[in-house]
Design a protein around this ligand. Sequence first.
Ligand SMILES: [Mn+2]
Length: 429
Amino acid sequence: MTFFSDDFIGNSNQKHISDAQNEYDALGAKLSANNIDIDSITEQAENFKVAVPSWGVGTGGTRFARFPGISEPRNIFEKLEDCSVINKLVRSTPGVSPHFPWDKVDDFSELSKFAKNLDLHFDAVNSNTFQDQNGQNLSYKYGSLANINKAVRDMAVEHNIDCIEYGKAINSKSITVWVGDGSNHPGACNFTGQLENYLDSTKQIYTALPDDWTMSIEHKMFEPSFYSTVIQDWGTNVLCAMELGEKCRSLVDLGHHAPNVNIEMIVARLIQFKKLAGFHFNDSKYGDDDLDSGSINPFQLFLIFNELIDAEYRKAEKFDPIYMLDQSHNVTDPIESLMNSAIEVQRAYVLALLIDRKALGSYQQENDVIMAHNTIKAAYNSDVSSILAMARLKSGGAIDPIATYREAKYKQTIESDRPASGAAGSGIV
Ligand SMILES: [Mn+2]
């Protein structure tokens, strides 16, 4: 791929470099007055990585409609090309999380090589038992891992074990399991029986995990089932993760909670009990909206990172969360949304690094409510854009990723190579 060479990015950066440096120097002086070394923060920002979901580079949709964009990737190889564009410009997204069977190929070593040539690697693999595939002889209509019918459960278990095999071939080290199982009508299922079936199935998947793998389970309050879901909240999630064993932890998808739930506190609890698997970052206003990370509630994202940095600093045990974006881009170019989102997650991380933790601890000790609160707000109210820009510049990325991306006219140029697939139907992903 000839797009976004170092020269192209370098030339594009020339337009922004002096402003970026001036802003960085001004912020550096300000932080230095508070005994914070800006360069060390920038270095930490450079080391921060968040994985991109393979399905995120395709245009999503709602259950009403899907409005395809131009030059949509039609297979995992083209998805990786788009992921590579994102990573070349932001430099914080070298990991790609594949979804099976959508991303299944005949030759996984070819796929691994293809990814490596683009300086990408594979992150957690995701299974899919929430929709029927062509030629499947049994249906997931009434559930998969928790289905009342053992033959359907067996099929779902087998698919997850297949995903682990695919993952081994592409050097992944974890599987994320989310199921759409639940019910739409009170009385339709026995809550206890359904969860027993789920546990019986997931125990079989757990048993198939290689020693150096982890399993992340994802809870979700509603959708596609609207009355109940089998793993409806973090409580059921962590109970199941505890039941399954050491290698299983709870994954927090930001959109999978009831409105106004204190997600940062859930994060703290999961860390405390050594059960935080990681995150699917996205944002929401009403439900599982899958909007761009940081677009609706950046303060919540910051408060989550406050807990994460706190855990990092006190060296919490078994604390090694995976970070991934999980969004649906319905009206934007997914590449632009994912770049913005990767930057917003990194921003929340950097802002949380700026919290004066010593002062915060003292204020908490003294029950000085206002000053404790103001301490975290002082960090949150900082503008660290220049740190993020400098982190990208130092690692070979773009100072202004969206501007550089638009200069190349990437999707317009490859349009004839990627004809529309005609998939205009609804496309919840
Ligand atoms: Mn998710």
